[in-house]
Design a protein around this ligand. Structure first.
Ligand code: SF4
Ligand code: SF4
Ligand code: SF4
Length: 178
């Protein structure tokens, strides 16, 4: 059984938003909403400032508060630990939106909660997620964290990385290479 995750190489991401646009097209994300976005954050104290750039989305947490909070089990783990929402079982109560520490979910105009699916429909066909495929600098890598032959496994062996809000203890699987 795979354990899917994604890395975002902060040295390569140029916040061009190609990932954001590709995601919107691939997943018919409504206007004014997004399943991923880019961030530029200053780090350090003047004059020793550095600019962090990254593309963010659902962390597909291994201990996901959204899944625990969902009263209808619409939010659930799929193969490889991908966290998805079943629109047919979602009653739009927003308990998952409140429970998620990362603010990655939104209310779809059709009455269910939506977010990044790691493009599970593509993964099932052996393809990379749309955002990974389109990134012009190859800043994004998707794969099986447990497969020693996978690029993502090797990246996490040899590079330094961080996760966002580690103190929340949700075991996120979106890793930012520093
Ligand atoms: Fe960053 Fe790649 Fe997204 Fe552009 S497409 S914003 S470089 S992750
Ligand atoms: Fe759930 Fe939020 Fe974690 Fe995604 S980032 S799995 S929505 S708790
Ligand atoms: Fe969007 Fe798919 Fe990338 Fe998630 S993995 S941000 S759904 S393109």
């Amino acid at each position: 059984m795979a354990r899917y995750g994604m890395t975002v190489d902060q040295k390569l991401c140029v916040t061009c938003n190609a990932c954001v646009i590709a995601c919107k097209n691939e997943n018919a994300v409504p206007e004014m909403e997004a399943r991923c976005w880019t961030v530029q954050a200053e780090r350090g104290v003047f004059p020793l400032l550095t600019l962090e750039t990254r593309s963010e989305r659902c962390n597909h947490c291994e201990d996901a508060p959204c899944v625990n909070a969902c009263p209808t089990r619409a939010s659930h783990y799929e193969e490889g630990g991908i966290v998805v929402v079943d629109p047919d079982r979602c009653v739009g109560c927003k308990a998952c939106i409140v429970a998620c520490p990362y603010e990655v979910r939104y209310m779809h105009p059709d009455g269910y909660v939506d977010k990044c699916t790691f493009c599970i429909h593509r993964v099932k066909e052996g393809k990379d997620p749309a955002c990974v495929t389109v990134c012009p600098t190859k800043a994004l890598t998707f794969g099986d964290l447990d497969d020693p032959r996978s690029v993502i496994h090797q990246q996490l062996q040899r590079r330094q990385y961080k996760v966002l809000k580690a103190e929340e203890d949700t075991r996120p699987k979106l890793f930012f290479l520093t």
